[in-house]
Write a protein that binds this ligand. Structure first.
Ligand SMILES: O=P(O)(O)OC[C@H]1O[C@H](OP(=O)(O)OP(=O)(O)O)[C@H](O)[C@@H]1O
Ligand SMILES: O=c1cc[nH]c(=O)[nH]1
Ligand SMILES: [Mg+2]
Length: 214
């Protein structure tokens, strides 16, 4: 597991603004800070990828070069994932993209419990590709688990990275035990979930803070 906040950096400043009740009133800043964390995580992931060495002609000569060997597919869970997706796409600008409409739908019998509803999924062929699956909030991990398994019908990726801005310790344990083949890339890990399965201290509802209440 990679943790962006393990060493102090500008990422901590973005995370602090994301969590801060007053800064959150500026929706554009909120979305942009998620996007910036996405850019930083994407750069860190890029350091683990394989590059082909070659040569590139400049106007003045020939330079040695490296270019990405394996195609990258960016997979995002709507709706809160959109700003994070943009951050990753700013870095992996040649990537193909998968989108999944999934949300935590509540049981009528138990208002606090939920089941992940998934009603839209689109993806290119994933066979042999590098899949980066993202969602800003990794709470219980149930959304990411369901979506990952649904995506496998589009082919088996050669490697899968899962990125989130804030995770709960419980969600991290859940994904590490259910999907040990996926590598986790996180902004921060928080201590617990509340009765509604929101991350505490977390930041609140990332989808609502980005796009308004639903
Ligand atoms: O780890 P989990 O317990 O599954 O929870 C995390 C999910 O909850 C949020 O989505 P939400 O259902 O609020 O949908 P939204 O993006 O439309 O706000 C979040 O964006 C994740 O997809
Ligand atoms: O803390 C949480 C948990 C799920 N979804 C969010 O937006 N926030
Ligand atoms: Mg939400």
């Amino acid at each position: 597991m990679y943790l962006l906040s393990q060493k102090p950096s500008i990422a901590d400043h973005y995370l602090a603004e994301l969590r801060d009740f007053n800064s959150q009133k500026d929706r554009m800043r909120f979305r942009r800070n998620i996007e910036r964390i996405g850019e930083l995580l994407a750069y860190e992931i890029s350091k683990t990828l394989t590059f082909r060495t070659g040569k590139v002609e400049t106007p003045l000569g020939v330079a040695s070069s490296r270019s990405l060997l394996q195609p990258v597919v960016l997979g995002t869970i709507l709706r809160a994932g959109l700003p994070l997706h943009q951050g990753f796409l700013n870095i992996f600008d040649h990537a193909d993209n998968a989108f999944i409409g999934a949300y935590r739908g509540h049981h009528i019998s138990d208002e606090d419990d939920f089941e992940v509803e998934m009603d839209y999924i689109t993806s290119p062929d994933l066979t042999g590709k590098t899949l980066i699956l993202m969602d800003p909030m990794l709470a219980t991990g149930r959304s990411l688990e369901k979506v990952y398994h649904a995506l496998l019908r589009f082919g088996i990726p050669s490697q899968t990275h899962i990125a989130a801005v804030i995770a709960s310790a419980e969600g991290v344990n859940f994904l590490q035990s259910r999907m040990p083949q996926c590598r986790l890339w996180l902004g921060a890990v928080d201590e617990k979930l509340n009765e509604q399965y929101y991350i505490v201290p977390g930041l609140g509802d990332a989808g609502d803070l980005s796009f308004g209440p639903k």
